[in-house]
Design a binder for this molecule. Structure first.
Ligand code: MCU
Length: 393
């Protein structure tokens, strides 16, 4: 009888899979290479898709704790009203109210429901035909003017100026509320299975964080997002140490309020103590689609740092067998945030497949960063192996 019970318990535990491991204190974490996405903080290996779900949750927790600040829980109440071009969203929590009102520009032809791109602070890629553009005023939600912008904006009026969330996490919270509002408002005529997010430069950093933290986003398109976006902190530090003026963590926290104040301790001492880097923020988007747009023309944006993050981050899609859902493109020098025609075909492929539902290929849309290229594993930046994740029920 005892044996039979043990057998049943073993069977149930195996069928359900193992529980997610607890996160150790990590006070002595130190790695000059990009941390291995496929090893939990406690040393256990990520072997299955279910393990990845746990690891993704762990990465989310660590990114919130050490860099971006906390994503607030879903609000007690949210109402939405659509009128003209305006989606008015009212969020209520703890007897406080926050109202914001993105505007939607619809395609001039077609019946809908339309796919949509949430444009963080406006759109800097050519508006794709057939796609509605939802213009989100992120500056009003959480100011990003200077280092003195901390705690300013609708988000902080609502959650308090001492909220740990930096501006990017505040914007990501608001993007989640836009998706909530679209779900509640069929008259807005948006296809809920085809919502993308994009933004350029500082707003590209924000688009990446929103895509990482909102699983209902189908396609994430960060454009020239630089440091704090698709760059890794570690490679950017190395580029600066080698004499190329690139934005690093220690500089960026002086410039603006995109991060939580908790990030200062790492940025001011050593980013090697972070148990993650941005290849793992990128990887939080997997297996959903991501297309990253870069520009080789500005050292400050760290195009090689972004390249390294994207190659390393893409291994997460590879491990799931869906590498074709993730692409990146580094174009030749051009004016910052002015989309060059050489990237149009690559952008079209991602938009056509993931927002317009067309049967087009997005396989192998990757470029090198000028003379730089590497694969994973490589001893200098990513000395870890890429598993093939087994699917478990
Ligand atoms: C690439 O994003 C930023 C960059 O991090 C800042 O250092 C610089 O001042 O502004 C860039 C930007 O947002 O340009 C519009």
């Amino acid at each position: 009888m005892i044996q039979a019970t043990c057998f049943v318990l073993f069977f149930v535990a195996t069928a359900l899979g193992r529980a997610c491991p607890a996160i150790p204190s990590l006070t002595s974490f130190n790695s000059s290479t990009l941390p291995d996405p496929f090893t939990f903080a406690n040393g256990r290996k990520v072997l299955t898709t279910q393990d990845w779900a746990c690891r993704r949750a762990e990465i989310s927790t660590l990114l919130q704790r050490d860099e971006l600040g906390l994503m607030p829980a879903d609000p007690q109440d949210l109402t939405a009203a659509f009128s003209g071009k305006t989606l008015t969203i009212t969020v209520t929590d703890n007897n406080k109210t926050l109202t914001f009102a993105p505007t939607i520009t619809f395609p001039t032809t077609g019946q809908g429901p339309f796919p949509a791109l949430i444009a963080m602070g406006g759109i800097s890629i050519p508006s794709p035909p057939g796609v509605a553009i939802i213009n989100f005023n992120n500056e009003a939600m959480a100011n990003q003017d200077t280092a003195a912008s901390r705690g300013l904006g609708l988000f902080y009026d609502f959650f308090g100026t001492d909220a740990s969330a930096g501006a990017m996490m505040a914007w990501a919270w608001a993007v989640r509320r836009i998706v909530d509002a679209l779900e509640k408002t069929p008259t807005a005529n948006i296809d809920l299975a085809k919502i993308g997010v994009t933004g350029c430069s500082r707003n590209g950093k924000g688009a990446l964080v929103a895509g990482a933290f909102e699983p209902r986003i189908t396609l994430t398109i960060p454009q020239e997002s630089g440091s704090g976006g698709t760059d890794t902190w570690r490679i950017s530090d190395a580029i600066l140490a080698n004499g190329t003026l690139t934005q690093t963590a220690s500089e960026i926290i002086q410039e603006n309020v995109w991060f939580s104040p908790n990030f200062d301790q790492f940025a001011n001492t050593s980013v090697n103590q972070l148990p993650f880097d941005h290849h793992m923020l990128i990887g939080m988007v997997a297996p959903r689609a991501l297309f990253a747009i870069d520009n080789l023309g500005y050292d400050w944006l760290g195009p090689f740092s972004s390249y390294g993050a994207l190659v390393a981050g893409r291994t997460i899609w590879q491990a799931m067998g869906v590498a074709d859902k993730m692409g990146f493109s580094q174009a030749a020098n051009h004016t910052h945030c002015v989309f060059p025609s050489e990237q149009q075909g690559q952008l079209n492929a991602f938009v056509d497949r993931f927002l317009l539902g067309q049967d087009v290929s997005t396989a192998n849309i990757t470029t090198t960063a000028g003379t730089y290229s590497f694969v994973v594993p490589n001893a200098e930046w990513a000395p870890w192996r890429v598993p093939v994740l087994k699917k478990r029920l």
